[in-house]
Design a protein. Structure first.
Length: 388
């Protein structure tokens, strides 16, 4: 069973907070630097850089293999090792200024990030009961946003003083140091349900799988095509795009914890209904607006609603066998990344016809997600169990 509240789970909360800082610093620093490094230092073309981004998603697709690593490592220890691997990948990027080097470093970085993120979600659901898990997810999202802002500000200040090698090293060493420190800690408590060390697929989890798949598709529309639209159609400059990133993270500093409280208070179905109803509107505005300001506002709203998806995980927590949480989070990460392979390609084909079809298609996916969300029931349990 999950630990609902009290001093017993505070060590795990602080442990998860440290892992969140390591993941946010490492990934955000890498994202901030990699575009300029790839173009200015390595000289990659568009196809090569696109391939790097696709390879970055492969470890997420293979997240289900994490469960087999738990045969060899305790879950919290594996999360700490993953933070170290993430940092090593970031550091090594600056020392391998070639196409093949970036691919190797990106793969290392991505393996560390996806393993750490999978286990972060799993440990949160195991150690915090339904009344607290969403709040913890929200607080961790807020912390990640603060880290993103700090990393951006530090890189902005140091970019003219240090070359890419030193910048990647500084960022990666933060993740490595946090991971090594976490290896010294033992935030676990007795009495939790042991997690299964085999892959778990259950028919009764079908709604969780479906919601996770469509959430992955929505994520890819946001990451692959929303900014591209702002740049190509509305001619957003680098400064304007950076300003949007800053606004998104500043908003989420406050909104992340608030969204967690709302999920806990109002339930998963209401929050997912708000998310997917809002997404239908946002994607249709993307498709048909000619206002650069309105499109930018939709980007901020899009990013905010993305964080409502924590309700999918807390819904699963309410219906799942406690022993299934770790393997199911790994399977869920893999399902989420199926869309990472398919959506950019399919969206790119539609974009060649007309960019509007990408966002009209995304609106249709959001309608499907909206319908599926109604099946969660008012209190997050399966509809047939909660409202019959």
């Amino acid at each position: 069973m999950s630990v609902e509240k009290g001093a017993a789970n505070r060590p795990m909360y602080l442990y998860l907070l440290l892992l969140t800082v390591a993941g946010a610093v490492g990934l955000q620093g890498w994202r901030t630097l990699i575009n300029n490094f790839a173009v200015d230092t390595v000289g990659l073309n568009g196809f090569q850089f696109g391939l790097v981004q696709s390879i970055r998603e492969i470890p997420g697709f293979l997240s289900l293999l994490v469960i087999y690593l738990l045969i060899l490592f305790r879950e919290h220890k594996l999360a700490a090792y993953a933070a170290v691997v993430l940092g090593i990948g970031v550091v090594s990027t600056g020392y391998m200024p070639s196409f093949s080097g970036i691919i190797v470093a990106t793969t290392i970085m991505s393996i560390g990030f996806h393993v750490a993120e999978t286990l972060n979600q799993s440990l949160t659901l195991q150690y915090f009961g339904p009344a607290k898990a969403a709040v913890v997810f929200g607080r961790l999202r807020g912390v990640a946003s603060v880290c993103n802002l700090v990393v951006g500000a530090v890189i902005f200040v140091l970019a003219d003083m240090l070359d890419f090698t030193w910048l990647f090293m500084a960022i990666g060493c933060v993740a490595i140091a946090i991971g090594l420190y976490c290896l010294r800690l033992n935030p676990t408590i007795e009495g939790l349900t042991p997690q299964r060390k085999t892959m778990v697929f259950r028919k009764r989890y079908w709604l969780f799988y479906a919601l996770t798949l469509f959430a992955g598709a929505r994520r890819q529309i946001f990451t692959a095509f929303a900014v591209f639209l702002l740049v190509q159609k509305f001619h957003y400059s680098v400064q304007w795009v950076t300003a949007l990133f800053f606004i998104n993270n500043a908003v989420l500093m406050w909104a992340g914890p608030a969204i967690g409280r709302w999920v806990s208070r109002f339930g998963e179905r209401r929050m997912l209904t708000i998310e997917y109803s809002g997404l239908v509107v946002i994607f249709l505005v993307y498709a048909f607006t000619d206002s650069a300001i309105l499109a930018g506002a939709m980007y901020v709203a899009d990013h905010l609603l993305f964080n409502f998806s924590m309700a999918i995980r807390t819904y699963f927590q309410k219906i799942a066998d406690p022993a299934d949480i770790a393997p199911s989070m790994a399977v869920g990460f893999t399902i989420n990344h199926i869309a990472a392979v398919l959506i950019p390609v399919l969206g790119g084909i539609l974009w060649l016809t007309h960019y509007r079809w990408v966002f009209i298609g995304a609106a249709c996916l959001s309608v499907v997600s909206l319908c599926l969300a109604q099946l969660t029931g008012a209190d997050g349990k399966p509809f047939s169990e909660s409202e019959t």
